[in-house]
Design a protein around this ligand. Structure first.
Ligand code: NDP
Length: 286
């Protein structure tokens, strides 16, 4: 028999996770604060309380709104001998603190960062970062695989959240650029879909290819004066981005902080370097 699993939280994501467990043949117990959610989960056992749900399975997958929701929901519940895989979005410090607390209460703790939207769960593009108890991960890796490709990133319970939040931060920054570009086109009523498909997406895709060079410059700083697009030049041109936005009636708020960091890097003496120098001046604990 496949490992019995419990899913706490039947929001959009928890429901998708429970569906994937059921499809893979795991006896699945579910609990949600508001009863009656997700009637489509045929075959799931619906626990009346979170405590009953936790008691039902050795592997407890938690997918609630935020860290405090997890703490409140599991407060006072016996976790002895359970593997808790908390897939709720968290900060690294929240994950570490929760790990310490749950381990003290007799559980093994895995933290997870889901890199997918609910519709992608169980599909080929989805993956989930895990960190924390390596023995628990090895024991349950195959059980967790039907949700999304599992990627273990280390024993420090905070690491999955760090990887997750790094990718989300990259995503929001990328979306911010795309949103600003589309707003500029809207200012002249240029059709959005055509612009996006013909120009914006191919351009951003080509530019994404340069990120590996930026990363390589971080690992091995290049010789001075070899930058193809030096920061002093980029900072000078960046004013045109802000001025154009203002002139077109577009709020430059999404761009202004990028210009600030660019100028900070130039002021710190990195004007003859390439974009990796901006990453160096982002460090606040140097
Ligand atoms: P939803 O808003 O759809 O669901 C939220 C869930 O949290 C519900 O089960 C809700 O229960 C429960 N909840 C909220 N507040 C409380 C509370 N005070 N006590 C008990 N339960 C509570 O969110 P998702 O399912 O989409 O997201 C769940 C987690 O997954 C989040 O941490 C999210 O960041 C993460 N995630 C989501 C992704 C997505 O695209 N959806 C992608 C990657 C990660 P009730 O039904 O009773 O309100």
């Amino acid at each position: 028999m496949k490992t019995p699993v419990t899913v706490l939280g039947l929001g959009a994501m928890g429901t998708a996770l429970a569906q994937a467990f059921l499809a893979a043949g795991h006896p699945t117990t579910v609990w949600n604060r508001t009863p009656g959610r997700s009637p489509e989960l045929e075959g799931a056992v619906r626990a009346a309380t979170a405590a009953e749900a936790v008691a039902a399975s050795p592997l407890v997958v938690v997918c609630l709104l935020v860290d405090t929701t997890v703490r409140d929901t599991l407060d006072g519940i016996d976790l002895t001998g359970k593997v808790v895989a908390n897939l709720t979005n968290s900060t690294p410090d929240q994950a570490r603190a929760l790990s310490d607390e749950f381990v003290a209460r007799g559980a093994s703790y895995l933290d997870g960062g889901i890199m997918a939207v609910p519709a992608m769960i169980g599909g080929p593009a989805a993956f989930i970062f895990y960190s924390g108890d390596s023995a628990a991960y090895e024991r349950h890796q195959a059980d967790l695989a039907p949700l999304a490709r599992p990627v273990y990133v280390g024993k420090d319970a905070g690491l999955a959240a760090l990887y997750d939040i790094a990718l989300l931060s990259g995503m929001y920054g990328m979306f911010a650029g795309a949103q600003h570009a589309l707003a500029l086109m809207q200012s002249e009523e240029i059709p959005a879909v055509e612009f996006a498909e013909q120009f914006l997406i191919p351009w951003l895709t080509a530019m994404l290819g340069t990120v590996s060079g930026m990363a390589a410059d971080l690992d091995n700083p290049p010789a001075p004066g070899t930058a193809g697009s030096n920061l002093a030049m980029q900072a000078a041109a960046f004013d045109n981005l802000i001025d154009t936005a203002v002139a077109q009636g577009v709020d430059p708020s999404l761009l202004v902080p990028v210009g600030d960091v660019l100028n900070k890097a130039v002021a710190a003496g990195h004007g003859d370097e390439d974009l990796a120098a901006m990453i160096r001046v982002l460090k606040t604990n140097a």
